[in-house]
Design a protein around this ligand. Structure first.
Ligand code: ZN
Ligand code: ZN
Length: 996
């Protein structure tokens, strides 16, 4: 039987192999080498005879990763499990199997240390005394190994970091939705390819590689999840647990013969996941003594383990070691975003097959890190995080993981040039294979006349590069061969992303059509139902012609047919068919548009243009605020000037003055750093006192006012709330004080916190529904919850926001008086529960568009006032310490969401009041809000990008999603605000007369 020699896989038909004549791939008789392999793996490798459409090819994949199915024609089909890219195997002209070189690898085993959350600078730099925090590893950098920075990608979380390191690909953004917990896809990893892997560490990380692996050859040793307590006195015990267990494991291996034999085989891996640094970083921040002391502990542990393993194997020089981390950490103890402190991680490799330190006189990298770390005399070899996977695979001679996009960093290897060139060629073939699968997949689902292949990497081009590479390797021109491989990899990766985004233009047009249609339709609806522009009755309305109906039906059928023959996913149908009913509806309402244009022409052109200009400017300002929070400051200053511009200050000087003051106060917040970076409990306590003063003053004022609307019960309720506010303030200070002295958090604090949280939604419902009383109740309840979730200046945010919202209600009242729309209606006699009388609603006017703008702007301010997009995914656990101290992503995430929601609810309640006092229906205002947010969505849709850094990509997608969800979100919030303001629970039913 023929076997493929140079590579375990041959992605070409027999004819082509013949034509290549051993240029591209060497075909020779099965040799002793593969027989050797058969011995080294516990199950014999299967030689599968596979039929493709164009012929056959040979492969001998790893049996445990491959299921052999017998076909009716008794042909074997190799069915791959765990393939990220779905392949329609029966039709696939190529067969996918593992690609690796058959040259003898330099190492028999590899030890991977991952210090979770270790920053590159903390690790490499020298401390104040000029000594290293990791003396052992620093000594290795100087004497035995290679080093560099491993650049991670966003999101800098543990799971994607480990997947990049061990499986060699950057996980899809959609995995975020699953909390990085479950495998969104099964994937291949270096562990899966190894003969055996033993791993020790956190239950959050290890199981996913064991679950992703087929068969029983990845062993995990985890501690209990409860051990990861953020308030624990000493998080380094997470690391010492690992080191202790590894030691015990090797001691026990001496007694256990089966284990001993397994350990002495080839292609063995050990993985030590060290979570202590991450835990200490979150709990105490990376600048702390605890974090730095933990680096020292890890260094000592690594030293012990290295010595232990080398002794166990009798110093056979067949062990390779890699030390790195999954992500860094910001100065304020978070990770997830793309700040350099998060994306720069250390990489140190040494042992079998790794190059010795290379002394150089000048560093070829553009930054000054090497000088800062006093390592400028040694060559620094930077890699991308996914490159570590092929490095490990080639060191121990296992196939590269299937979906790996890592590029082998050959500078790290200390082996023959032939080995380097062969490894690189294998790397290129493996990435090329993914490109081909993707191309086949796209080709099958596209009409052949519409299919345009990736022009830069045609089949002949691939063969040409491979042939040249082969001849260079045979001729000993390894440098040229490496360069060619590198260019092939770059082209294949470019091609992969080309096919990945193949349908983008087509889908883009559909989405834009859908959006513009939708916006136009809502505008038409507003004009038709909410304004008095169309006076004539609808008899002028053209009968919706049958022609247009048939036309749109035909178009819809055509598109469906077109998508069906291309077997597109169901989402494509949604995107492409949605615009059709929308545009059909518009075609029925065209007459409104005609009337509207006539109306616009009848009023002065300058005014129309000016109005449009203001709208566009306002929308642009809001779009810009997603990128620069400072824009919100500009907007708020503009708001402060608004009453001066409209001469409102002559009408009510005091209200205007208060409005200006609070606008300017709130304008300070977007200029502050993002929440959680500088904890300042004093400010939280100050915010507590400020809200106490405000509440007490308000209660006193309401109680003393002549036409008092509430009774003793309500006063008692208010007093209780004020007391709870005071208790909350105390709980925050006591929690953080006891954490500072590492005493843990008293149980009573947790109880008080959860009670306050639970009561926040219920207590306001007990008060009377008169405007001021109800708003005050809502204010106290939500501010006390927010205080418990605050760690710094942000505690003041809802207080000032609430004050501004309160003044806003008065300001809107003034505009109504100014426009003569309503007499000065007494706000304090408004009762929320009796304000839903439809007959009182009036038609919309231009001022209502401004009100809607105010709402959208305040909602955005509530969102970005204290944070940005990045601050949402990388939150600071310190802010939930009052509620819990044990790591629990779901509860923590829920609490953080509630914290983000509170300002929204405050704004929404104020808006509810404005609607009632201005006598407009919430539906009509919402239609305007819908138009504004849809225009913004369209804007962000064009800004969605898939190039640039991962931070840019992630941010652009989240912007789009946020604006898309804004409308739905605001509708829900409006319902909630309506509920909070109008509903009342009667507890003192007997004494009802008191409160009515
Ligand atoms: Zn991590
Ligand atoms: Zn972490």
């Amino acid at each position: 039987m023929l076997q493929v020699g140079g590579f375990a896989c041959l992605p070409f038909g027999v004819g082509r192999v013949g034509a290549l004549g051993g240029v591209c791939l060497q075909v020779r008789q099965i040799g002793g080498r593969s027989a050797q392999l058969a011995v080294s793996t516990p199950e014999p490798p299967v030689t599968a005879f596979v039929f493709g459409r164009f012929g056959w090819s040979w492969c001998f994949p790893r049996s445990r990763s491959v299921r052999i199915l017998s076909h009716e024609k008794s042909t074997f089909y190799v069915v791959l499990q765990r393939l990220l890219i779905k392949i329609h195997l029966e039709n696939a002209p190529v067969v996918h199997c593992w690609i690796r070189t058959l040259l003898q690898p330099p190492a028999n085993r590899l030890v991977l240390f991952v210090a979770d959350g270790l920053r590159a600078d903390t690790f490499f730099e020298l401390d104040e005394n000029g000594t290293s925090r990791a003396p052992y590893l620093r000594d290795i950098i100087h004497t035995r190994g290679s080093w560099g920075i491993s650049h991670t990608r966003v999101p800098t979380e543990s799971r994607p970091g480990h997947v990049a390191l061990i499986a060699g690909f950057y996980e899809d953004v959609s995995a975020v939705a699953k909390g990085w917990k479950e495998n969104p896809v099964q994937f291949d990893s270096v562990f899966n390819e190894s003969a055996y892997t033993w791993s020790w560490g956190s239950p959050d990380i290890l199981p996913m590689f064991a679950k992703g692996a087929s068969g029983e050859h990845v062993y995990t040793h985890c501690y209990l999840a409860e051990t990861e307590d953020f308030a624990a006195k000493d998080a380094t015990k997470l690391d010492t647990w690992v080191f202790k267990n590894v030691k015990e494991f090797f001691i026990s291996a001496r007694e256990n013969q089966t284990l001993f034999n397994k350990l002495n085989g080839e292609k063995v891996m050990f993985f030590l996941h060290l979570l202590g640094l991450d835990t200490n970083g979150h709990a105490h921040r990376p600048g702390s003594r605890e974090y730095k002391e933990n680096v020292r502990k890890v260094d000592e542990g690594v030293k012990e383990i290295v010595e232990l393993i080398e002794a166990f194997y009798g110093n056979d020089d067949k062990t390779a070691f890699i030390f790195t981390s999954d992500h860094g950490m910001t100065d304020w103890g978070s990770h997830g975003a793309g700040h350099p402190s998060e994306t720069l991680t250390p990489l140190v490799a040494w042992g079998a097959g790794v190059h010795y330190p290379r002394r150089i006189t000048m560093q070829h990298v553009g930054d000054t890190f090497s000088q800062q770390w006093k390592l400028d005399g040694l060559d620094r070899l930077d890699v991308n995080q996914a490159d570590v996977a092929p490095l490990m695979a080639s060191l121990i001679g296992v196939p590269y993981p299937l979906n790996s996009v890592g590029i082998l960093p050959v500078e790290y290897l200390n082996s023959s040039d032939l080995f380097k060139a062969e490894s690189m060629l294998t790397n290129a073939l493996q990435i090329l294979e993914q490109f081909k699968v993707k191309m086949t997949q796209k080709k099958e689902t596209t009409l052949s006349i519409l299919f345009s292949p990736f022009a830069l990497l045609s089949e002949s081009e691939q063969l040409d590069i491979l042939r040249k590479t082969r001849s260079h390797i045979q001729g000993g021109n390894y440098k040229e061969a490496l360069l060619l491989c590198r260019s092939l990899i770059d082209l294949a990766l470019e091609g992969l992303s080309y096919y990945h985004t193949y349908d983008r233009f087509f889908l883009g047009i559909s989405v834009v059509m859908g959006f513009t249609g939708w916006i136009l339709y809502i505008i038409l609806i507003i004009i038709k139902t909410q304004t008095d522009i169309i006076q004539t009755s609808s008899n002028s309305r053209m009968e919706s012609s049958h022609l247009s109906r048939y036309g749109f039906t035909a178009l819809g059928s055509f598109i469906t047919f077109f998508l069906m023959i291309q077997s597109c996913p169901w989402t494509y149908y949604v995107y492409c068919l949605l615009p059709i009913p929308v545009w059909h509806a518009i075609s029925n309402e065209v007459w409104i548009l005609n009337k509207f244009v006539d109306y616009m022409l009848s009023i002065s052109l300058a005014r129309t243009m000016g109005f449009l200009l203001v709208i566009i400017l306002a929308v642009e300002l809001m779009v810009l605020s997603f990128f620069y929070r400072a824009v919100l400051t500009v907007g708020l200053i503009a708001f402060a000037c608004w009453p001066i511009g409209t001469k409102m200050y002559t009408q009510s000087k005091i209200t205007t003055l208060v409005w200006v003051v609070f606008c300017l106060l709130l304008a300070v917040f977007p200029l502050m750093p993002v929440v959680g970076r500088e904890p300042n409990i004093t400010l939280v306590i100050f915010a507590g006192f400020a809200s106490l003063c405000i509440s007490l003053t308000s209660i006193w004022y309401l109680w003393k006012s002549k036409d008092r609307k509430f009774g003793d019960q309500n006063l008692a309720l208010n007093i209780c709330q004020v007391l709870s506010l005071a208790v909350s303030t105390y709980v925050v200070s006591s929690t953080h004080a006891s954490l500072a002295i590492k005493q843990g958090v008293p149980l009573i604090n947790h109880i008080v916190s959860w009670t306050t949280l639970a009561s926040a939604l219920a207590v306001p419902l007990l008060s009377t529904t008169f405007l001021f009383q109800r708003l005050l109740c809502i204010f106290i309840s939500f501010v006390s919850t927010y205080l418990l979730l605050s760690t710094g200046y942000e505690a003041l945010f809802p207080v000032i926001l609430s004050c501004l919202m309160f003044v806003w209600i008065f300001m809107e009242q003034e505009t109504l008086v100014k426009n003569g729309l309503s007499g000065r209606r007494k706000l304090n006699i408004i009762d929320f529960s009796c304000s839903t009388d439809i007959s009182q609603f009036r038609q919309l006017n231009l001022d209502d568009i401004r009100r809607s703008f105010f709402l959208v702007f305040f909602i955005i301010t509530a969102f970005f006032g204290t944070g940005n997009i990045a601050s949402i995914n990388s939150f600071d656990p310190a802010s939930v310490y009052c509620f819990l101290t044990i790591f629990n992503p779901f509860v923590m995430g829920g609490l953080m969401m509630w914290k983000v929601l509170i300002p929204f609810i405050l704004v929404m309640c104020a808006f509810e009041t404005v609607q009632i006092s201005a006598q407009i229906s919430s539906k009509s205002l919402f239609l305007i809000v819908l138009v504004i947010s849809d225009i913004m969505s369209l804007h962000f849709f064009f800004l969605v990008q898939d190039y640039g850094s991962w931070l840019d990509i992630g941010t652009s997608i989240s912007h789009y999603v946020i604006v898309m969800c804004m409308t739905i979100f605001m509708m829900l919030l409006s319902r909630l605000a309506h509920f909070l303001t109008t509903k009342k629970i009667e507890v003192w039913r007997k004494k009802k007369h008191h409160s009515t």
